[in-house]
Each structure stands twice: as structure tokens, then as C-alpha cells.
Design a protein around this ligand. Structure first.
Ligand SMILES: [Zn+2]
Ligand SMILES: [Zn+2]
Length: 136
């Protein structure tokens, strides 16, 4: 059993990792809103080489608001967005918090793409960035 584990809604995709998760953030970008059908994404990440995954995710590639390539992984059966692999951090599997079996321990470090925040989701006390601070 990994430190981190999760699955899509139907359970055909399951993943785990024993690595310490890093870079937990709240993302308000338009692509996250469109892909998740929700107001924002909370994501955490583990090194790709620590990942064990069963099932084959589908992939949809976009250019994010930063202009860089983001491969968005999702279940082709139930549609759950699982994770992204981003050009700005190609060694990371950037996991959507809602697909973790236990997301309760997550502590986001900052909020990004806040210019796109929905008015009904007010800012927290976390640092606020209009873009993605670690790549610009
Ligand atoms: Zn599924
Ligand atoms: Zn986003």
C-alpha cells in the first residue's frame, strides 16, 4: 500500500506511490475548470518514476494558460480526471486531489491563476499568484 493511492470513479484506473508528495496547490485556471467541471482543482504531485498505475488512462493534450503543454490524463470509461503531466515539470505526476482515496491530509502551498477565480470561491490566506509562480 503506497503513501498515496487513488482511483477514478469506476475504479478501472488505480494508482499508488510511496514517494512523499510535493507541491500541493489550488489551481483556478480555465482548463482545470473545463476539465473538472468545477470551480478549481486542488492538485498534489509525486515523481513519475515512483508511480504504480493499473489501467491505461486516456490523454488529452492542451496548451495551458502558461502556453506550455499539459497532458491531462483521465479515465476513458467514467471520465474522471486523474492527473496531468506538464511540460514545466515533466518528472511529476500531478494528481487531482479528489481522486485520492484519502485527500484529507492535503495542505496547499499557494493558489495560482487567481485572475480566473470564480467570485463564489473567495481567496484563502494562502499566497495568491495570477500565474504559476515556479515556472515564470
Ligand atoms: Zn474510471
Ligand atoms: Zn489549472
Amino acid at each position: 500500500m503506497g503513501k498515496i493511492q487513488g482511483s477514478c470513479l469506476c475504479g478501472k484506473l488505480r494508482f499508488s506511490s510511496n514517494a512523499d508528495p510535493a507541491m500541493t496547490v489550488v489551481c483556478h485556471c480555465k482548463d482545470c475548470q473545463k476539465q473538472t467541471g468545477s470551480a478549481y482543482s486542488i492538485v498534489t504531485s509525486v515523481p513519475l518514476n515512483s508511480l504504480k498505475i493499473s489501467g491505461i488512462p486516456k490523454s488529452y493534450t492542451t496548451h495551458g494558460q502558461s502556453g506550455r503543454v499539459v497532458e491531462r490524463k483521465f479515465c476513458g470509461d467514467c471520465g474522471s480526471p486523474i492527473a496531468s503531466i506538464a511540460e514545466f515539470a515533466p518528472d511529476l505526476f500531478i494528481i487531482k486531489a479528489g481522486v485520492l482515496d484519502d485527500p484529507n491530509w492535503l495542505t496547499p502551498e499557494f493558489e495560482c491563476y487567481t485572475d480566473n477565480r470564480l467570485p463564489c470561491t473567495p481567496a484563502t490566506d494562502l499566497p495568491q499568484f495570477s500565474g504559476m509562480p515556479r515556472i515564470d
